[in-house]
Design a protein. Structure first.
Length: 347
């Protein structure tokens, strides 16, 4: 079903909140929860980095972590091919069956369920397969926040061990992969700034295409409760591109991706052809850039390995020359050949 068609139907509805972590996904999820959509329990506990709660089901976070480990993918993975590894799990009963069972239990609580986890986007295909199994209609809301603010927020929450360029490439991979995998679903792209400035308007625009009946089914008490969740003073991470000190090519890709993604906000599906085309080009460019970086890194890594091997050989030779003894048990052929040459030169 394309988002240009009517999506206000009965039956089970599964709302997936996607997008990069630290982009406002917790706020969006929290708002839908307070408006009556079921957030599975127990949730991940709030902490200093997110004092109003994450809106993340504990079971789902652990489930996604296990799946990521099983295919050697990390949350901020920048490899375009990482999508292939996670997509394949949609056809694996060992991965799919636990999710189907868990979702069935959640729909026992309510016909409208919202799920959110920064790891979830990697498993969009898996969640789609599970939604079919439990006869639920899947919708997607993707949060969009300026990447410089996302990176600064991540530094505050997670530290600075990971370089900004690495995190931005991960952001690009996540956002571009999410967009192309949700085109045929009822979906909405929501700016974080819009949600803070006027949450009712932003959520209302989103609901015209995701069709969750967020306001039609909410009581006045729920509306007031949702309004209490929005606190613009929590917008603590402001930054600009210059602060990230990105390589020129990464900056170009990130700038263009953010701009093109922004042109999806509030635009009906039939009118999204131009930005979708731009995002297709950017996805290809990112893949080519990543391959180029890999080739360069492989050349440097190979040279480094050869240099280290030469240093090791010289070190062994020197040690043997000083000791003038047989190489110890288990020493490889390089050392044995070095001993032989040493003996020939000293005989």
């Amino acid at each position: 079903m394309d988002e240009g068609t009517s999506v206000r139907q009965g039956g089970r509805q599964l709302l997936v909140v996607a997008g990069s972590g630290r982009s406002g996904t917790s706020l969006f999820t929290g708002l839908t929860g307070r408006l009556g959509v079921h957030i599975p329990k127990p949730e991940v506990s709030a902490n200093r980095s997110n004092p109003r709660g994450f809106g993340e089901p504990r079971w789902l976070v652990d489930y996604h972590n296990d799946l990521l480990s099983s295919v050697d993918v990390v949350v901020e993975d920048g490899r375009p091919e990482a999508w292939d590894l996670t997509d394949e799990l949609a056809g694996d009963p060992k991965a799919l069956d636990p999710l189907v069972e868990w979702l069935e239990a959640q729909f026992g609580e309510s016909d409208r369920v919202v799920v959110k986890d920064p790891r979830l986007a990697w498993f969009l295909q898996l969640h789609r397969a599970a939604a079919v199994k439990v006869s639920a209609q899947m919708r997607v809301a993707t949060m969009l926040r300026h990447p410089a603010e996302v990176m600064r927020s991540r530094e505050i929450a997670y530290g600075t061990r990971t370089k900004s360029s690495t995190r931005v490439i991960g952001w690009l991979t996540m956002m571009l992969g999410t967009e192309v995998r949700t085109r045929d679903l009822p979906r909405a792209t929501v700016r974080y700034d819009d949600l803070l400035a006027d949450w009712r308007a932003a959520l209302g625009h989103a609901d015209t295409t995701i069709g969750m009946g967020l306001f039609e089914q909410a009581s006045q008490e729920q509306l007031a409760d949702a309004g209490d969740l929005v606190d613009p003073t929590l917008h603590r991470s402001s930054a600009d591109w210059d602060e990230l000190e990105l390589p020129a090519r990464v900056l170009d890709l990130a700038t263009r991706t953010y701009d093109a993604y922004g042109r999806l906000v509030g635009v009906p599906a039939p009118e999204q052809g131009e930005p979708r085309g731009e995002l297709d080009v950017l996805r290809d460019e990112l893949g080519a850039y990543y391959d180029e970086c890999f080739d360069v890194a492989r050349t440097r890594t190979g040279a480094f390995a050869r240099r280290e091997r030469r240093k090791a050989v010289r070190r062994v030779r020197e040690e043997l020359r000083q000791a003038a003894v047989e190489p110890p048990q288990g020493v490889g052929g390089i050392a044995k050949r070095a001993v032989g040459r040493l003996r020939r030169t000293t005989s």
